[in-house]
Design a protein. Sequence first.
Length: 134
Amino acid sequence: MVPNKAPSPRPPRCQTGHRAATYPAARRRVWFRPAFVALTPGARSALDLAESSLHRLLSRHERGDWGLLRDDDARENEWALTHGHPVCSLFALPTGAQVLFITEGRRALTSVLLAGEDMPDPLRAAGAPSIRAA
C-alpha cells in the first residue's frame, strides 16, 4: 500500500488568472544589470502609491522573472537574452496597476513605465517589442 502523499503546492494565481511562474534555482542568477534605469512619471507615481520597491521589481526582472507575461512573450524573452534583443517584464502592484520593465538589447537601459503609457522614444527606436498581459 502506498502512503497518502500530500499534493505538491500549486503556485499562486496572478491577477490575470494565470499561474505565477516558478523558477528553478538556476533562474535566480542575474542575467544582466542595466547601467541606467529610467522611470516615467506614471510609473513613479504608481510605485509610490503602492509603496512598492523599484529595486525588488528590478531584481526580479534582472533574474528572468517575467511576471505576468504570457507564455509566448516569456519564451521570446528567453531567446532575446542570448541574442541581444530587448527583454521585458510585467508586474502587478498591490493597487492593481501594472508596471512594465523593458531592457533594450545592449542591456544599458531599462525603462519602467505604467502599462498603457507610451514607450519612451529611445526604446521605440531600439525596436522594443510590444507586450501583452496574460
